[in-house]
Design a protein around this ligand. Structure first.
Ligand code: ATP
Length: 272
Protein backbone atom coordinates (compact mmCIF):
# COMPACT_ATOMS: atom_id res chain seq x y z
CA UNK A 1 0.00 0.00 0.00
CA UNK A 2 1.23 3.51 -0.80
CA UNK A 3 0.81 5.52 2.38
CA UNK A 4 -0.07 9.18 2.97
CA UNK A 5 3.31 9.69 4.56
CA UNK A 6 5.16 8.81 1.34
CA UNK A 7 6.40 11.84 -0.51
CA UNK A 8 3.65 11.93 -3.14
CA UNK A 9 3.98 13.63 -6.50
CA UNK A 10 0.50 12.67 -7.71
CA UNK A 11 -2.55 12.03 -5.60
CA UNK A 12 -6.12 11.39 -6.78
CA UNK A 13 -8.87 11.40 -4.17
CA UNK A 14 -12.40 10.17 -4.92
CA UNK A 15 -12.07 11.33 -8.51
CA UNK A 16 -15.15 11.11 -10.67
CA UNK A 17 -15.34 11.91 -14.33
CA UNK A 18 -17.99 11.69 -17.05
CA UNK A 19 -17.96 12.34 -20.78
CA UNK A 20 -21.35 14.05 -21.01
CA UNK A 21 -23.85 11.74 -19.34
CA UNK A 22 -21.53 8.76 -19.43
CA UNK A 23 -19.69 8.33 -16.15
CA UNK A 24 -16.29 6.71 -16.70
CA UNK A 25 -14.64 7.13 -13.29
CA UNK A 26 -16.65 6.71 -10.09
CA UNK A 27 -14.31 7.47 -7.23
CA UNK A 28 -10.69 6.74 -8.07
CA UNK A 29 -8.04 6.89 -5.35
CA UNK A 30 -4.49 6.64 -6.55
CA UNK A 31 -1.12 7.78 -5.19
CA UNK A 32 2.21 8.02 -6.91
CA UNK A 33 5.25 8.66 -4.70
CA UNK A 34 8.11 10.75 -6.08
CA UNK A 35 10.80 8.82 -7.90
CA UNK A 36 8.63 5.76 -8.60
CA UNK A 37 7.49 4.11 -11.80
CA UNK A 38 3.82 3.17 -11.59
CA UNK A 39 1.69 1.28 -14.12
CA UNK A 40 -2.05 1.67 -14.64
CA UNK A 41 -3.65 -1.41 -16.17
CA UNK A 42 -7.17 -2.49 -16.98
CA UNK A 43 -9.52 -3.64 -19.71
CA UNK A 44 -10.05 -1.70 -22.89
CA UNK A 45 -12.04 1.50 -22.45
CA UNK A 46 -12.02 1.45 -18.62
CA UNK A 47 -10.66 4.99 -18.44
CA UNK A 48 -6.87 4.67 -18.23
CA UNK A 49 -6.11 7.35 -20.81
CA UNK A 50 -8.76 9.51 -19.17
CA UNK A 51 -6.81 9.23 -15.90
CA UNK A 52 -3.63 10.45 -17.61
CA UNK A 53 -5.53 13.38 -19.11
CA UNK A 54 -6.93 14.32 -15.69
CA UNK A 55 -3.43 14.27 -14.20
CA UNK A 56 -2.12 16.29 -17.16
CA UNK A 57 -4.89 18.86 -16.71
CA UNK A 58 -6.38 18.31 -20.20
CA UNK A 59 -9.58 17.17 -18.49
CA UNK A 60 -11.17 18.38 -15.27
CA UNK A 61 -12.60 15.98 -12.69
CA UNK A 62 -16.35 16.29 -12.09
CA UNK A 63 -15.74 15.58 -8.39
CA UNK A 64 -12.80 14.79 -6.12
CA UNK A 65 -9.30 16.20 -6.35
CA UNK A 66 -6.29 15.65 -8.57
CA UNK A 67 -3.09 16.92 -6.98
CA UNK A 68 0.26 17.14 -8.72
CA UNK A 69 3.28 18.38 -6.75
CA UNK A 70 0.92 19.60 -4.04
CA UNK A 71 -1.23 21.70 -6.40
CA UNK A 72 -4.89 21.01 -7.13
CA UNK A 73 -4.86 20.69 -10.93
CA UNK A 74 -8.52 21.76 -11.31
CA UNK A 75 -7.83 25.02 -9.48
CA UNK A 76 -4.95 26.16 -11.70
CA UNK A 77 -5.47 29.05 -14.10
CA UNK A 78 -4.33 28.77 -17.72
CA UNK A 79 -0.86 30.20 -17.09
CA UNK A 80 -0.28 27.93 -14.09
CA UNK A 81 -1.51 24.93 -16.03
CA UNK A 82 0.83 25.73 -18.91
CA UNK A 83 3.73 26.04 -16.47
CA UNK A 84 2.86 22.71 -14.86
CA UNK A 85 2.54 20.95 -18.21
CA UNK A 86 5.99 22.18 -19.13
CA UNK A 87 7.24 20.03 -16.28
CA UNK A 88 5.45 16.95 -17.57
CA UNK A 89 6.69 14.78 -20.39
CA UNK A 90 3.95 12.94 -22.22
CA UNK A 91 4.06 10.20 -24.77
CA UNK A 92 0.60 9.42 -26.01
CA UNK A 93 -0.47 6.31 -27.89
CA UNK A 94 1.95 5.65 -30.76
CA UNK A 95 3.48 9.10 -29.98
CA UNK A 96 4.00 9.97 -33.60
CA UNK A 97 7.10 11.87 -34.64
CA UNK A 98 6.85 14.83 -37.01
CA UNK A 99 7.58 13.07 -40.28
CA UNK A 100 8.96 16.14 -42.04
CA UNK A 101 11.56 16.84 -39.31
CA UNK A 102 14.83 15.07 -38.59
CA UNK A 103 15.32 13.05 -35.41
CA UNK A 104 17.32 15.99 -34.02
CA UNK A 105 14.58 18.52 -34.75
CA UNK A 106 11.90 16.25 -33.29
CA UNK A 107 13.72 16.15 -29.95
CA UNK A 108 14.60 19.85 -30.14
CA UNK A 109 10.95 20.76 -30.76
CA UNK A 110 9.79 21.06 -27.10
CA UNK A 111 12.97 22.94 -26.19
CA UNK A 112 12.37 25.47 -28.99
CA UNK A 113 8.66 25.73 -28.11
CA UNK A 114 9.07 26.18 -24.38
CA UNK A 115 12.45 27.85 -23.86
CA UNK A 116 14.56 30.54 -25.50
CA UNK A 117 17.83 28.75 -24.88
CA UNK A 118 20.63 29.52 -27.39
CA UNK A 119 21.20 27.05 -30.22
CA UNK A 120 24.44 25.64 -28.74
CA UNK A 121 22.73 24.68 -25.51
CA UNK A 122 19.72 23.18 -27.27
CA UNK A 123 22.09 21.18 -29.45
CA UNK A 124 23.91 19.79 -26.41
CA UNK A 125 20.67 18.95 -24.63
CA UNK A 126 19.24 17.17 -27.67
CA UNK A 127 22.43 15.15 -28.15
CA UNK A 128 22.43 14.19 -24.47
CA UNK A 129 18.83 12.97 -24.68
CA UNK A 130 19.52 11.07 -27.89
CA UNK A 131 22.61 9.58 -26.27
CA UNK A 132 20.49 8.43 -23.33
CA UNK A 133 18.29 6.42 -25.71
CA UNK A 134 21.28 5.17 -27.71
CA UNK A 135 20.50 7.17 -30.84
CA UNK A 136 22.97 10.07 -30.91
CA UNK A 137 24.31 8.64 -34.16
CA UNK A 138 20.83 8.83 -35.71
CA UNK A 139 20.35 12.56 -35.12
CA UNK A 140 20.30 13.43 -38.82
CA UNK A 141 17.99 10.65 -39.94
CA UNK A 142 14.37 11.26 -40.91
CA UNK A 143 11.58 9.31 -39.13
CA UNK A 144 10.90 7.27 -42.29
CA UNK A 145 14.43 5.88 -42.00
CA UNK A 146 13.87 4.49 -38.48
CA UNK A 147 12.59 1.11 -37.33
CA UNK A 148 9.50 1.08 -35.09
CA UNK A 149 11.63 0.53 -31.99
CA UNK A 150 14.01 3.37 -32.91
CA UNK A 151 11.12 5.73 -33.58
CA UNK A 152 9.72 4.93 -30.12
CA UNK A 153 13.13 5.68 -28.57
CA UNK A 154 13.19 9.06 -30.32
CA UNK A 155 9.69 9.71 -28.96
CA UNK A 156 11.01 8.91 -25.45
CA UNK A 157 13.91 11.32 -25.95
CA UNK A 158 11.41 13.99 -27.02
CA UNK A 159 9.19 13.29 -23.98
CA UNK A 160 12.13 13.91 -21.63
CA UNK A 161 13.62 16.85 -23.54
CA UNK A 162 12.61 19.36 -20.87
CA UNK A 163 13.79 17.22 -17.91
CA UNK A 164 10.24 16.66 -16.66
CA UNK A 165 9.38 15.97 -13.03
CA UNK A 166 6.59 13.65 -14.22
CA UNK A 167 6.66 11.45 -17.31
CA UNK A 168 3.43 9.88 -18.57
CA UNK A 169 3.36 7.18 -21.21
CA UNK A 170 0.20 5.85 -22.83
CA UNK A 171 0.83 2.36 -24.24
CA UNK A 172 4.58 2.83 -24.75
CA UNK A 173 4.96 -0.80 -25.88
CA UNK A 174 2.14 -0.89 -28.43
CA UNK A 175 3.11 -2.44 -31.74
CA UNK A 176 6.71 -3.28 -30.76
CA UNK A 177 8.50 -6.57 -31.34
CA UNK A 178 9.60 -8.38 -28.14
CA UNK A 179 13.20 -7.17 -28.27
CA UNK A 180 12.31 -3.51 -28.85
CA UNK A 181 9.67 -3.84 -26.14
CA UNK A 182 12.32 -4.96 -23.64
CA UNK A 183 14.60 -2.11 -24.71
CA UNK A 184 11.84 0.48 -24.25
CA UNK A 185 10.93 -1.00 -20.85
CA UNK A 186 14.51 -0.78 -19.61
CA UNK A 187 14.79 2.77 -20.96
CA UNK A 188 11.61 3.87 -19.21
CA UNK A 189 13.11 2.70 -15.91
CA UNK A 190 16.59 4.06 -16.61
CA UNK A 191 15.41 7.48 -17.78
CA UNK A 192 13.14 7.84 -14.75
CA UNK A 193 15.97 7.09 -12.35
CA UNK A 194 18.61 9.12 -14.21
CA UNK A 195 16.35 12.19 -14.32
CA UNK A 196 15.12 11.77 -10.75
CA UNK A 197 11.63 11.87 -12.28
CA UNK A 198 8.39 10.05 -11.52
CA UNK A 199 6.71 7.92 -14.17
CA UNK A 200 3.13 6.80 -14.78
CA UNK A 201 2.47 4.46 -17.66
CA UNK A 202 -0.71 3.03 -19.02
CA UNK A 203 -0.03 -0.37 -20.50
CA UNK A 204 -1.49 -3.76 -21.26
CA UNK A 205 1.88 -5.43 -20.90
CA UNK A 206 1.86 -7.06 -17.49
CA UNK A 207 5.04 -9.09 -18.03
CA UNK A 208 7.13 -6.05 -18.89
CA UNK A 209 5.49 -4.03 -16.12
CA UNK A 210 6.34 -6.63 -13.51
CA UNK A 211 10.00 -6.30 -14.53
CA UNK A 212 10.36 -2.54 -14.38
CA UNK A 213 7.71 -0.86 -12.23
CA UNK A 214 7.48 -0.24 -8.49
CA UNK A 215 3.71 -0.44 -8.25
CA UNK A 216 0.66 -1.35 -10.36
CA UNK A 217 -2.94 -0.15 -10.19
CA UNK A 218 -5.74 -2.11 -11.87
CA UNK A 219 -8.76 -0.09 -13.01
CA UNK A 220 -12.21 -1.48 -13.65
CA UNK A 221 -15.78 -0.24 -13.59
CA UNK A 222 -14.78 3.24 -12.63
CA UNK A 223 -12.46 2.45 -9.74
CA UNK A 224 -9.24 0.81 -8.59
CA UNK A 225 -9.95 -2.90 -8.09
CA UNK A 226 -6.46 -4.14 -7.20
CA UNK A 227 -3.02 -2.71 -6.56
CA UNK A 228 0.40 -3.72 -5.33
CA UNK A 229 4.10 -4.10 -5.92
CA UNK A 230 5.21 -6.67 -8.50
CA UNK A 231 6.03 -9.15 -5.72
CA UNK A 232 2.66 -8.65 -4.06
CA UNK A 233 0.88 -9.12 -7.38
CA UNK A 234 2.80 -12.26 -8.33
CA UNK A 235 1.69 -13.78 -5.02
CA UNK A 236 -1.86 -12.45 -5.26
CA UNK A 237 -4.92 -14.70 -5.40
CA UNK A 238 -7.13 -11.76 -6.45
CA UNK A 239 -9.10 -12.81 -9.55
CA UNK A 240 -8.40 -9.51 -11.33
CA UNK A 241 -4.72 -9.82 -10.85
CA UNK A 242 -4.77 -13.51 -11.72
CA UNK A 243 -6.54 -12.86 -15.01
CA UNK A 244 -3.97 -10.28 -16.03
CA UNK A 245 -0.88 -12.13 -14.89
CA UNK A 246 -1.97 -15.39 -16.48
CA UNK A 247 -3.41 -13.75 -19.59
CA UNK A 248 -6.75 -15.52 -19.16
CA UNK A 249 -9.13 -14.45 -21.95
CA UNK A 250 -12.16 -14.42 -19.66
CA UNK A 251 -12.57 -13.64 -15.98
CA UNK A 252 -13.53 -10.54 -14.04
CA UNK A 253 -12.66 -8.64 -17.24
CA UNK A 254 -15.32 -10.18 -19.49
CA UNK A 255 -14.60 -11.52 -22.97
CA UNK A 256 -18.10 -10.62 -24.18
CA UNK A 257 -19.33 -7.07 -24.54
CA UNK A 258 -22.73 -7.00 -22.74
CA UNK A 259 -25.46 -8.33 -25.05
CA UNK A 260 -28.83 -10.04 -25.01
CA UNK A 261 -28.73 -13.80 -24.69
CA UNK A 262 -27.59 -15.24 -28.03
CA UNK A 263 -30.66 -17.42 -28.56
CA UNK A 264 -32.82 -14.30 -28.29
CA UNK A 265 -30.76 -12.46 -30.89
CA UNK A 266 -30.65 -15.16 -33.55
CA UNK A 267 -33.24 -15.57 -36.26
CA UNK A 268 -35.15 -18.68 -35.27
CA UNK A 269 -34.35 -18.01 -31.61
CA UNK A 270 -36.87 -17.81 -28.84
CA UNK A 271 -38.17 -14.38 -29.88
CA UNK A 272 -38.85 -15.44 -33.48
N1 ATP B 1 -13.73 12.51 -25.85
C1 ATP B 1 -14.55 11.53 -25.50
N2 ATP B 1 -15.89 11.69 -25.55
C2 ATP B 1 -16.72 10.69 -25.19
N3 ATP B 1 -16.32 9.48 -24.76
C3 ATP B 1 -15.00 9.27 -24.69
C4 ATP B 1 -14.04 10.27 -25.06
N4 ATP B 1 -12.80 9.76 -24.87
C5 ATP B 1 -12.98 8.49 -24.42
N5 ATP B 1 -14.28 8.20 -24.29
C6 ATP B 1 -14.84 6.93 -23.80
O1 ATP B 1 -14.50 6.81 -22.42
C7 ATP B 1 -14.11 5.49 -22.10
C8 ATP B 1 -12.73 5.50 -21.48
O2 ATP B 1 -11.79 5.89 -22.48
P1 ATP B 1 -10.21 5.81 -22.24
O3 ATP B 1 -9.56 6.20 -23.53
O4 ATP B 1 -9.84 6.54 -21.02
O5 ATP B 1 -10.03 4.24 -21.99
P2 ATP B 1 -8.73 3.35 -21.90
O6 ATP B 1 -8.87 2.55 -20.66
O7 ATP B 1 -7.51 4.19 -22.06
O8 ATP B 1 -8.92 2.40 -23.17
P3 ATP B 1 -7.87 1.61 -24.12
O9 ATP B 1 -7.11 0.68 -23.24
O10 ATP B 1 -8.77 0.89 -25.07
O11 ATP B 1 -7.02 2.67 -24.74
C9 ATP B 1 -14.20 4.69 -23.39
O12 ATP B 1 -15.39 3.96 -23.35
C10 ATP B 1 -14.24 5.72 -24.48
O13 ATP B 1 -15.06 5.27 -25.54
Amino acid sequence: MVSETDNLLVSLKDVRFAYGEREILRGVNLKVPRGKVVAIMGGSGCGKTTLLRLIGGQLRATAGTVEVAGRNVSALNTAELYEMRRRMGMLFQFGALFTDMSVFDNVAFPLREHTDLPFGLIRDMVLMKLNAVGLRGAADLMPAELSGGMARRVALARAIALDPMLIMYDEPFAGLDPISLGVIGQLIRKLNDALGATTIMVTHDIMESLQIVDYIYFVSEGGIVAEGTPDELRASKDPWVYQFIHAEPDGPVPFHYPADALDESLIGGRAA
